[in-house]
Design a protein around this ligand. Structure first.
Ligand SMILES: C[S@@+](CC[C@H](N)C(=O)[O-])C[C@H]1O[C@@H](n2cnc3c(N)ncnc32)[C@H](O)[C@@H]1O
Length: 290
């Protein structure tokens, strides 16, 4: 632990933020590498500036990581190996998509459909990445059982580590394979399936910001010519795996809601709804199988 005065620390912090970047990314750096959480920071702002605080790494090291983030466009989450999502602190590597704040709403959609105290049911998540969605559900609903899948075994190792960090329960399992294929033995048994699949159209992918295109896994983003390749496959096979009246919740690109809705209609889904994210964008499409 390194000791430094609050005054010196706050001056250093101001200097770093004057180089660019946002407060949220800086908070990730301080929490994950410096050992100073946002609540510590708020407390410090009211502290006697002559008092000392303790850092896990020295200021030069923290500055070098911050500059790597600013000038090489590396996401701070990859540099720190951590992403915050809802109330979870998740490990991330460059194999794993950084879970996005807008995706957090999926958990609220589940609350809306099933209530907060729902009896035992069986859910699956296709393309779990860091495990964020499935872990949040497994923790919120200890009586539920779930299987989270992904095509990449390295990704599943990160997700499994994240789950074990939060829970000593065993209501979530992980299985590797292409979309529904790890679930062959659960045909007709799934109450709820969730996916935030890769949905970026090829030409949009080429124009993504450097910090996304150069660092985040392409396989987690690219959705083919029109972006709907994976969504199409997931919806077409869903009726084989969902129970009657089982729910499908999908995240999609901002302009895909109507198309996803039509795909659900064609595959005999009812109660279809396009759900807006906090910016008013139709980010999710949900439906019940018959
Ligand atoms: C957009 S990311 C979503 C990750 C995580 N669920 C989240 O919301 O942050 C899509 C995930 O789907 C996985 N994936 C891509 N193609 C797949 C396939 N054919 N079958 C299963 N998973 C796939 C990727 O590895 C990636 O983890």
């Amino acid at each position: 632990m390194l000791s430094i005065s609050v005054k010196e620390f706050l001056l250093w912090k101001k200097k770093q933020l004057s180089k660019g970047g946002d407060q949220q990314s800086f908070a990730v750096l301080l929490d994950c590498l410096g050992g100073i959480s946002t609540s510590d920071l708020n407390f410090l702002l009211n502290a006697n500036s002559e008092e000392n605080l303790y850092l896990k790494k020295n200021l030069d090291f923290l500055e070098s990581v911050w500059e790597e983030h600013l000038f090489k466009f590396q996401p701070i989450q990859y540099l720190c190996g951590i992403a915050f999502w809802r109330d979870l602190k998740l490990k991330v590597t460059n194999k794993v998509l950084i879970p996005r704040p807008e995706t957090e709403l999926i958990i609220d959609i589940v609350f809306k459909i099933f209530g907060k105290k729902s009896p035992k049911l069986f859910f699956t998540e296709l393309g779990t990445g860091s495990g964020a969605i499935s872990i949040a559900l497994a923790l919120e609903y200890p009586s539920w059982n779930g299987i989270a899948t992904d095509i990449d075994q390295d990704v599943l190792e990160v997700a499994t580590e994240n789950y074990l960090n939060f829970s000593s329960q065993s209501n979530l399992r992980f299985s590797c394979g292409d979309w529904w294929s790890p679930l062959e033995s659960f045909k007709g048994k799934i109450d709820l399936a969730i996916s935030n699949p890769p949905y970026i159209p090829n030409d949009t992918y080429e124009k993504l910001p450097k910090e996304v295109k150069d660092f985040e896994p392409k396989i987690a983003l690219l959705g083919g010519e029109d972006g709907l390749k994976h969504i199409n496959e997931i919806i077409q096979k869903a009726p084989l795996f969902l129970k009657e009246k089982g729910w499908l919740i999908l995240e999609n690109h901002f302009d895909q809601g109507e198309k996803v809705k039509n795909l659900l209609l064609k595959n005999k889904f009812t109660l279809i709804e396009i759900v807006n994210d906090l910016s008013g964008i139709g980010r999710f499409t949900i439906g019940r199988y018959k």
